[in-house]
Design a protein around this ligand. Sequence first.
Ligand code: 5GP
Length: 125
Amino acid sequence: MSYDDQNIFAKILRGEIPCDKVYEDDHALAFNDIAPQAPVHVLVIPKGPYVSMADFSANGSDAEIAGFFRAVGTVARQLGLDEPGYRTIANHGRDAHQEVPHLHVHIFGGRSMRGMIPKPKPENG
Ligand code: 5GP
């Protein structure tokens, strides 16, 4: 899948639409999710044009990958989540229902999160 530079996170990176920024460095931008699913729900995105984890892990430079994942940890630490804990999710592709085709790691925190992933729906239900 080629990168679509009109995706919503590309526009946020270019400053064409606003975001509620919580962190930025050379490799990453972090902002609050517009439809939070936990008391803390932050998205961390790399600054480069990567569609997803599959694209980034295959094509990102070592510096971009190291810088991005350090930023994810830094954001969670700065949000005070290291001690109580937090969950990270990065959806890739159809089965994961990735909506925005620019890699993003969700950071969820601020409450206890039971269950690793949703249970499958019954076949004929
Ligand atoms: P995905 O399903 O692709 O992993 O998650 C996309 C996330 O982006 C969703 O949680 C959704 O609420 C969030 N999102 C979509 N559009 C915007 C936006 O314009 N601004 C912000 N801050 N979040 C957005």
